[in-house]
Design a protein. Sequence first.
Length: 334
Amino acid sequence: MPDSVSRPTAADMAPAGPAAAIAIRDLRKTYRGSGKAPPKEALKGINLTIPRGSIYGLLGPNGAGKSTTINILAGLVNKTSGTAEIWGIDIDKHPRSARAAIGIVPQELNLDPFFTPREILDLQAGLYGVPKAERQTDRLLEAVGLKDKANAYARTLSGGMRRRLMVAKAMVHAPPVLVLDEPTAGVDVELRQSLWAYVRELNRAGTTVVLTTHYLEEAQELCDTIAIVNHGQVVACDSTAVLLGRLDAKEMVVTLDQDIAAVPTQFAGFDASLDNPRRLTIRYRPTQTRVADLLGAMAAAGLSVKDLSMVESDLEDVFLQLTRTPASVDGGLR
Ligand SMILES: Nc1ncnc2c1ncn2[C@@H]1O[C@H](COP(=O)(O)OP(=O)(O)OP(=O)(O)O)[C@@H](O)[C@H]1O
Ligand SMILES: [Mg+2]
């Protein structure tokens, strides 16, 4: 049970606090085999420094080791070796204080079906030693859109509502670090937006947020920094902008007014192909080719252009490029 004495909160830790909200060094985990199942080396030396105040995305294919990493921080899985600090507190030396500094929304929903959201939040607050006067049950329920379900049995909540209740549950002790393991899985688009708005609000108020998600466009939109994990290792870790800039690739798609039979000779020096008689796609590297050159080739070929569109590389391209390895046959995006 976490000790209430050294319970750091986002509010009282905001001005000071450590530079890194979470620091993980050479973290390794091998799950013991059982029966016919051989041992599984799930983490092969993870290093992560999660800056205070960031919204940090942990991405990777199924089985990459994201939940294992998070569950070690939560004290739910025992690591094999390595170190981890939460808010500057070593999880081995001061497990209770470390755990009090973090709120975790696990991937698996584990709510007692016979309690109401209000009871669940109150119970959790009691476990963390939050005095009655400091509890923010109603505010939390409102923030996650469950005010009108405050007194309904958890078993009568929909999947999306349960997940939102889990977020509120993780926040009852106002931890400076909130970790969300796939918080929006099964949450509909509208509610997902409101959940993200709440996450942003918490972040603005000083909470460092770490999340895993399979919705890459969401990570792209929400996270300032992203680490990509594959086969128990961090294969990329950078600001979202830098990560996106890594792919020096763009496409220009030209829709024509008239049919053409082949790629015009003016495009011989480019990687161009004719998708159909009226659609020409040119792939190029923005660092090496100017759009003006492409437009020049178009004019020289006398093409009658109906429409032009540019296709930018996105996080999905980066992700696939970094995780598409022969050994990742068990991986892939959901
Ligand atoms: N309790 C366990 N016992 C044995 N192996 C496990 C256990 N938990 C996880 N693993 C294995 O460890 C590896 C990493 O799993 P983990 O759940 O951390 O992946 P993940 O990145 O969270 O994947 P997902 O995106 O599917 O949630 C997988 O190969 C998984 O099968
Ligand atoms: Mg997982």
